[in-house]
Write a protein that binds this ligand. Structure first.
Ligand SMILES: *[C@@H]1O[C@H](CO)[C@@H](O)[C@H](O)[C@H]1NC(C)=O
Ligand SMILES: *[C@@H]1O[C@H](CO)[C@@H](O)[C@H](O)[C@H]1NC(C)=O
Ligand SMILES: *[C@@H]1O[C@H](CO)[C@@H](O)[C@H](O)[C@H]1NC(C)=O
Ligand SMILES: *[C@@H]1O[C@H](CO)[C@@H](O)[C@H](O)[C@H]1NC(C)=O
Ligand SMILES: *[C@@H]1O[C@H](CO)[C@@H](O)[C@H](O)[C@H]1NC(C)=O
Ligand SMILES: *[C@@H]1O[C@H](CO)[C@@H](O)[C@H](O)[C@H]1NC(C)=O
Ligand SMILES: *[C@@H]1O[C@H](CO)[C@@H](O)[C@H](O)[C@H]1NC(C)=O
Ligand SMILES: *[C@@H]1O[C@H](CO)[C@@H](O)[C@H](O)[C@H]1NC(C)=O
Ligand SMILES: *[C@@H]1O[C@H](CO)[C@@H](O)[C@H](O)[C@H]1NC(C)=O
Ligand SMILES: *[C@@H]1O[C@H](CO)[C@@H](O)[C@H](O)[C@H]1NC(C)=O
Ligand SMILES: *[C@@H]1O[C@H](CO)[C@@H](O)[C@H](O)[C@H]1NC(C)=O
Length: 741
């Protein structure tokens, strides 16, 4: 069983071998393929008759009895057969003569030779061969012996041994000349030119031959060699099939020898035609199926392909790799998939780098901002405030807002959010995250020296909890300028309601005015006494009294209010502050602010409520420019009812107006001692309010009656003047907010 299998395998192998060798065979089936190491392709052949074309010349003889076997064409030894070029290389003898010293002459029977290729397929190749003569003082000749249409001659002269160098053959020791086309029969010979010459000493023999140029160029010819050493020369013979042109041969298809996938070439060196494999095929075109498709894809050194190679019959397809375009056989252009992938990768890495760097930059910026905020927080006394807050166990603690929170709340300090601008800074309306509406005050820069004081104040004011005082909710210290966050009061200032000409100046009824005055008095009384440390407002004026939606007064703007502690009470180094028209004349003299200074300012507000006049007005005569003077003078002149607001005289009880005027006059006393405390003032006003009962009285009932008694009582009031001081202060300070309106 095993043996059987082995035999089958052996048979298969043999068949395969046979098939393979046949596939590359250049000869007819069953014909010898080579003689020795020379391949003998059809139409040449030897042995049996069908192995070669019938024309004379294709039959060769292979002498196997010599080693290596010798291939002969008639009397010549065949060295090479080329189907592509249609040539055969054979050896050929030279014509020659040698010098006989006894007779002092060149002699030799081989001085001329004749070659006759008539009737054979061969012709001397005019492109591959040259007629050559060798020797000193020698001539060589060649001629077409039949027609003598062709004759040629060359001569060589020399006197030296070393004349033929590197195959150059230009008349010194050697001469050559081309041969014509179609040469089949010729006669050639060699002769000596000069008998006296001594050239025989180094050129004892002279030669003439037709030879392959390549062979001659590459052989080392020694001019001194005798014929036996010189050997045979080589000559290239052209050959063709038949005697007709391609066209006529193809017509007589019986004899036509070019096989499948081959084409016919006309022969230009005689009669006949030649066969060539078509492009993309290789093999023996003289055999019926000799031309085989070339698998171009298996030979990348000859058939270039940059992409995917696919062999086809007679050709091949080369498609460029994915992403590239162009002819793959020449070169593929564009970016290949690898290039694209690597490009994309590089791009992605690049983008990542950029992204990460910008991310790092952002991080760095954020860090920087955080650092800046921390620095500002420290500079603005944040630590001090924190300390204060933790120290103060009781009361409400001020909230510390972050800069970001307030930026969001004010829409990045948008101009449309500005509620007001003034000496104290800019106030913005803000909406906190929890929906609470606040007023955010951007104050002026706090001096380093006043920092502790500022922080104290924030801590203190945030503890103030009175319904008639605007509540300080907290602050933000992370910004360049500290921000204070207050409760938002919606209805504008008292100033707007009693002075603003857009409204009817008398729009606010007496009842509201009395209530507001009472509320202000209460708030100030609370600040002066009820709070843990006395707080002076320092800038009481209509513009600092805010009104909420119910017209309830809320004292605002503690920007310059100062808490008064023991050691600071008598310090008088600070600048005079306050608003012209409201400033206590005693404070201007002594530079010592007391609770009575607030009382004075409150007095001015009371007068404003009564009269609707402004604290300083240039429309009044110069001695009455200050509202205090105007009021006091009017009272002394019993003209109080002339200066009161019309609406007040209509709505209010006479007694009430007089009481309030009296209180105002006391508040405006020149020295603090004359003035009541805020507590007293608040009590007076509250008494009035409780007895007030009816907000408005019948309009006609007052006018005449009240004039006398009130003016009399006002007349008795003891007034001390501070006219010049206040007036000059007002003028010197220039325009205040009230004046510019
Ligand atoms: C082969 O060569 C030998 C020796 O040169 C010679 O004797 C013999 O006749 C040759 N045979 C043929 C067939 O030419
Ligand atoms: C071969 O050479 C011999 C002797 O030199 C000669 O008789 C014979 O004719 C030659 N044959 C051919 C085909 O030239
Ligand atoms: C012809 O034969 C010589 C040696 O005999 C060899 O060097 C040369 O390559 C051959 N030429 C061709 C075209 O086969
Ligand atoms: C060619 O060489 C062979 C063997 O060397 C020789 O027998 C033959 O005579 C030579 N023919 C010519 C023409 O020189
Ligand atoms: C030279 O010529 C003489 C006379 O003809 C002859 O006897 C001799 O053999 C020749 N020598 C050679 C080398 O051929
Ligand atoms: C060539 O040789 C022949 C016979 O051998 C002779 O008759 C003839 O004179 C010679 N020619 C020359 C130029 O030597
Ligand atoms: C050459 O040979 C052919 C036939 O082989 C013959 O007819 C012709 O006369 C010969 N030519 C010469 C010049 O000998
Ligand atoms: C001839 O060729 C050889 C090698 O190619 C070189 O060495 C030599 O110099 C050449 N001689 C001349 C005269 O060109
Ligand atoms: C040529 O041959 C002669 C004798 O055969 C020899 O003396 C000489 O050296 C050779 N020259 C060259 C260049 O080989
Ligand atoms: C070439 O092959 C085709 C079939 O493949 C055949 O019909 C044709 O006769 C062949 N031609 C030759 C010259 O062999
Ligand atoms: C490829 O082609 C070159 C040139 O024709 C040839 O030298 C080489 O042997 C070939 N290689 C293969 C594997 O066919």
């Amino acid at each position: 069983m095993v043996k059987m299998n082995l035999q089958v395998l052996l048979l298969l192998w043999l068949i395969g071998l046979l098939w393979c060798t046949e596939a590359v065979s250049q000869s007819k089936p069953n014909c010898p393929e080579s003689c020795g190491n020379i391949v003998v392709p059809y139409p040449f052949g030897f042995g049996e008759k069908g192995c070669f074309r019938p024309e004379t010349g294709f039959e060769l003889i292979c002498n196997q009895s010599v080693s290596p076997p010798m291939l002969l064409s008639r009397n010549n030894s065949v060295l090479n057969i080329s189907l592509d070029e249609g040539t055969v290389t054979v050896n050929t003898s030279m014509a020659h003569m040698c010098y006989n010293n006894s007779i002092k002459e060149y002699v030799g029977s081989s001085n001329h030779t004749m070659t006759n290729l008539t009737g054979t397929i061969f012709t001397y190749s005019d492109t591959r061969n040259m007629f050559t003569g060798i020797g000193c003082d020698t001539y060589a000749y060649i001629m077409d012996s039949v027609t003598e249409l062709y004759k040629s001659f060359c001569a060589s002269l020399c006197n030296q041994r070393y004349v033929i160098t590197n195959g150059s053959c230009s008349g010194v020791g050697c001469c050559n000349t081309p041969i014509p086309k179609g040469l089949k029969v010729f006669y050639m010979g060699v002769g000596n030119l000069n008998y006296q010459s001594k050239a025989w000493q180094f050129s004892p023999c002279i030669y003439a031959f037709v030879a392959d140029r390549d062979w001659f160029d590459s052989s080392k010819i020694n001019i001194s060699d005798r014929p036996d050493r010189m050997g045979d020369s080589r000559v290239v013979l052209d050959w063709a099939v038949g005697t007709e042109t391609c066209q006529s041969a193809q017509k007589r298809s019986r004899d036509y020898t070019c096989g499948n996938n081959s084409r016919c070439d006309n022969y230009n060196n005689g009669n006949g035609y030649r066969c060539k494999c078509k492009e993309g095929y290789e093999g023996n075109p003289y055999l019926p199926y000799g031309c085989q498709d070339i698998n171009e894809c298996s030979n990348s050194s000859k058939y270039h392909c940059e992409g995917t190679c696919k062999n086809t019959e007679g050709n091949y397809i080369c498609s460029c790799p994915f992403g590239k375009h162009g002819d793959g056989k020449v070169s593929c252009k564009g970016f290949g998939i690898i290039t694209i992938v690597s490009g994309v990768c590089i791009g992605v890495v690049f983008l990542l780098l950029i992204a990460s760097s910008s991310w790092l930059h952002r991080l760095w910026k954020i860090r920087k901002q955080i650092k800046l905020k921390e620095r500002l927080f420290k500079r603005n006394g944040g630590l001090l405030l924190q300390q204060q807050i933790s120290f103060n166990q009781v009361g409400v603690k001020p909230k510390i807002f972050s800069a970001e929170e307030l930026e969001k709340a004010t829409d990045n300090y948008n101009e449309t959010r500005v509620l007001g601008k003034g000496g104290g800074g800019t106030v913005y309306k803000g909406m906190l995250q929890n929906g609470g509406i606040v007023a955010i005050k951007k104050s002026m820069t706090v001096e380093e020296s006043q920092l502790a004081q500022f922080i104290n104040e924030v801590a203190l004011l945030s503890q103030v909890d009175h319904r008639n005082v605007v509540k300080l909710l907290g602050c933000c210290l992370e910004t360049e300028v500290p921000l204070l966050v207050y409760e938002f009061v919606s209805n504008g200032t008292l100033f707007d309601h009693i002075h603003d000409m857009r409204d009817d100046a008398s729009s606010m009824p007496w009842g509201d005015r009395l209530r507001i005055a009472t509320e202000i008095a209460r708030a100030l009384a609370y600040l002066h006494s009820a709070a843990s440390v006395p707080i002076f407002h320092r800038d009481i004026k209509c513009g600092n009294i805010l009104l909420d939606e119910n017209y309830r007064a809320k004292v605002a703007d503690f920007g310059i209010s100062r808490s008064v502690s023991e050691e600071r009470t008598h310090l008088t180094t600070m600048m005079v502050s306050g608003t012209p028209g409201y400033v206590d004349p005693e404070y201007l003299q002594s530079l010592q602010f007391t609770d009575k200074s607030d009382v004075y300012s409150f007095g001015v507000v009371l007068v404003e409520l009564l009269t609707g006049e402004r604290p300083i007005s240039y429309s009044r005569p110069s001695e009455e420019r200050s509202l205090r003077e105007y009021f006091i003078l009017s009272m002394e002149a019993d003209r109080l009812f002339h200066i009161l607001d019309n609406r007040m005289t209509k709505e209010a009880a006479l007694k009430e107006l007089v009481e309030v005027a009296k209180l105002a006059k006391r508040c405006l006393g020149f020295t603090g001692r004359e003035r009541p405390t805020m507590k007293e003032a608040a009590a007076v006003l509250e008494d009035l309010r409780s007895s007030h009962g009816h907000p408005s009285l019948p309009q006609n009932s007052l006018a005449g009656d009240i004039a006398e008694p009130s003016s009399r009582s006002l007349h008795n009031a003891n007034v001390q003047e501070s006219f010049s001081l206040v007036a000059s202060f007002g003028i010197e300070t220039g325009s205040s907010r009230e004046d510019s309106n």
